[in-house]
Design a protein around this ligand. Structure first.
Ligand SMILES: [Cu+2]
Length: 273
């Protein structure tokens, strides 16, 4: 499913790809025209070039495209086998092997629960983490709780100071992930009127009371962010610059739903009878 809004100087190709295996790809292609400003330098050997390119790159003679970020926020109101869901962080942590083992170390999963509304800080474990939205009271045939992973792939967050005006209006962009309790009128991460906002609208306001969020009807707000380090190859039209995140079923099915082959090896319970 594709739509292509023209937003300012960009065209964003927004795709939702529904795969037979149950995964949903969220893809964003950015194309259009870099924001630019005129400068005195025609090439990097010119005397003003260093100053002209302090915060952007020369992409054509006399033309600098400032460096910038893009933030696309997805309001993911998943209801996995029902409304009451919980966000889990499966942290991958190093673990020593038992002394008798030939190997010195292994890794394992330590699961944390996101218990309250608010921004979910980025994981800092060297091994990373997997974000999983789970229904804690349902089970697949193996007795596991049906979940969807959010594989966020490329994602950066804003590093502007919190009191910088654009950052105040898009406060959500300081974190890749927020969680809130579902409310039908909470639709936009930056609030209804971000360009008129004095700051704090949207997600900071929605989540201000830090209400309990485990086993509730929750909404996960994911910001797909990417930095744009400009370059001459962007000029005159930016070749479509793709980024994606994937919602992937995990313990949701009893096997790969896209393959009939599996039936020979893993018969369904009713086929065994
Ligand atoms: Cu850009």
């Amino acid at each position: 499913m594709r739509h292509i809004p023209t937003l300012g100087n960009y065209d964003y190709v927004i795709d939702y790809v529904f795969q037979p295996r149950g995964a949903i790809k969220l893809r964003v292609g950015a194309t259009g025209f870099d924001a630019i400003k005129s400068v005195k330098a025609a090439a990097m050997a010119d005397p003003t070039a260093k100053k002209d390119t302090a915060y952007g790159a020369l992409i054509a003679p006399y033309t600098v495209a400032p460096y910038h970020d893009h933030y696309i926020n997805y309001r993911l109101d998943l209801d996995i086998d029902g409304e009451a869901n919980t966000l889990r962080r499966d942290r991958i942590v190093a673990a020593p092997a038992q002394s008798s083992a030939l190997r010195k170390g292994l890794w394992k999963i330590e699961t944390e629960t996101v218990a309250n509304e608010g921004a979910v800080p980025k994981g800092h474990d060297a091994g990373g983490e997997v974000l999983r939205l789970e229904n804690p009271s349902a089970m697949n045939a193996l007795g596991q709780h049906p979940s969807y992973w959010l594989d966020s792939g490329h994602s950066v967050s804003s590093i502007l100071p919190a009191d910088d005006a654009p950052q105040m209006r898009a406060a959500f962009s300081a974190h890749p992930l927020w969680i809130s309790r579902y409310k039908p009128d909470e639709l936009w991460a930056g609030g209804l009127y971000p360009n008129l906002s004095k700051g704090g609208d949207g997600l900071p306001q929605f989540t201000a009371d830090g209400a309990p969020a485990a086993g509730e009807d929750i909404v996960v707000w994911y910001t797909l962010g990417f930095r744009h380090l400009t370059k001459p190859e962007d000029f005159p039209i930016l070749p479509t610059y793709w980024h994606e995140a994937v919602l992937r079923p995990a313990f949701f099915f009893d096997r790969d739903p896209s393959s009939r082959l599996n039936e020979a090896f893993v018969p369904l319970p009713e086929e065994q009878q």
